[in-house]
Unconditional design. Structure first.
Ligand SMILES: NC(=O)C1=CN([C@@H]2O[C@H](COP(=O)(O)OP(=O)(O)OC[C@H]3O[C@@H](n4cnc5c(N)ncnc54)[C@H](O)[C@@H]3O)[C@@H](O)[C@H]2O)C=CC1
Ligand SMILES: NCC(=O)COP(=O)(O)O
Length: 319
């Protein structure tokens, strides 16, 4: 039987991505259902394997893009060369996925400061994907058994959030999330939408009536589709256990509104999925963890979950 090929991008060479890829390649369960291929630098993987006294990776599972001078990499350091290399691994993987050469992409973390230092005009993977695949609409969703959150806005400063909240964008994120969760759960999902302001604005007492003007009409439009969605809920109580137990996914207005509860509840297990693309892309939920890079102590759970979900979403593994 031919196993599906899954591109696993190595992420920032100075972060925990390379050692997590080394761990992943040694995982017998992963290799039982897919053929992972690390898009990265062979010499760097060998350098870290030797440093940690781990086995070197099987060349059959590495696509050597030779994007960086391995000896120049300092673990835990922001380096433009590392940002450029991480971008190179990722764009090659996107192009290969669009060409049907791999069934899905899974990304190890890149460092946004290094990416920026390299002059790449995107904050992160999600925005690169949307541009390179010409996706009309897409969004970031992080999912775990305990909690799932989709983000209406993501890598922007707080002061920009209110202007970015539109009726259309909120309806899009609700629809993309409902489609994804229907697929994952095998039934129509229940979604909850968070308000933007404290106490969901308390009828205009806080904020600029974003709830009444934008969020309430968007929820009503999504209900009419019909999607089982309600809100906006006051964000401070939306994540109480009594709401979580009946909620398949939350629609959150900004990055930390969703990612604080998600990481508090499920840091080891959560997977980042980009919805709305013509290709499947999943990722770890964590960053480059420069404080522990190349020490061999980084937890590989999120990467293993990300590969499992990518295989599932690409139809190569039963849901
Ligand atoms: N998918 C991606 O490419 C992501 C990239 N990032 C980027 O990563 C960089 C660093 O971000 P931070 O905010 O410092 O978050 P971080 O997730 O890298 O680190 C936060 C804390 O979690 C710990 N940690 C992270 N991953 C771990 C793992 N696998 N095992 C054990 N402990 C782990 C770190 O040691 C640190 O104490 C930033 O440039 C950020 O933008 C952040 C999130 C996702
Ligand atoms: N906090 C999530 C995150 O930063 C992931 O971003 P991306 O690189 O997957 O777009």
């Amino acid at each position: 039987m031919t196993l599906p090929r899954i591109a696993v991008t190595m992420g920032d060479p100075a972060g925990v991505g390379p050692e997590l890829c080394l761990r992943l390649l040694r995982d017998a369960h992963v290799r039982s259902y897919c053929h992972p291929i690390v898009y990265g630098d062979s010499a760097l993987l060998r350098r870290i394997a030797d440093h940690l006294h781990w086995p070197r990776p099987d060349p059959a599972h590495v696509l050597d893009l030779n994007a960086i001078n391995t000896q120049s990499v300092v673990p835990g350091r922001v380096m433009a060369e590392c940002g450029a290399a991480a971008y190179r691994y990722f764009t090659q993987a996107i192009d290969d996925a669009l060409a049907g050469k791999v069934a899905a992409i899974v990304t190890a973390p890149l460092n946004k400061k290094s990416l920026h230092a390299a002059g790449i005009p995107f904050p992160g993977h999600t925005e690169i994907l949307a541009a390179r695949t010409n996706a009309e609409r897409s969004c970031m969703m992080l999912t775990a058994d305990a909690i799932t959150c989709s983000l209406v806005t993501a890598h922007v400063g707080y002061r920009d959030v209110p202007q970015l909240l539109t009726f259309e964008r909120i309806v899009d994120v609700i629809e993309l999330t409902a489609d994804a969760m229907r697929r994952l759960r095998g039934r129509p999902p229940r979604l909850l939408v968070c308000g933007l302001n404290p106490h969901a604005g308390e009828r205009g007492l806080f904020g600029d009536r974003e709830e009444e003007r934008i969020i309430v009409p968007a929820v009503a439009a999504a209900c009419a589709k019909p999607i089982d969605v309600s809100g906006p809920l006051p964000p401070d109580t939306a994540f109480l256990p009594k709401y979580r137990k009946d909620c398949d996914a939350y629609i959150c207005m900004y990055h930390d509104q969703g990612l604080i509860p998600l990481k508090a509840l499920a840091f080891e297990d959560a997977v980042n999925v980009t919805l709305g693309l013509p290709i499947v892309r999943t990722s770890v939920d964590h960053g480059t963890a420069f404080d522990i890079a190349w020490q061999g102590v980084a937890d590989v759970s999120s990467l293993l979950k990300a590969v499992g979900l990518a295989a599932k979403l690409s139809g190569e593994r039963p849901v």
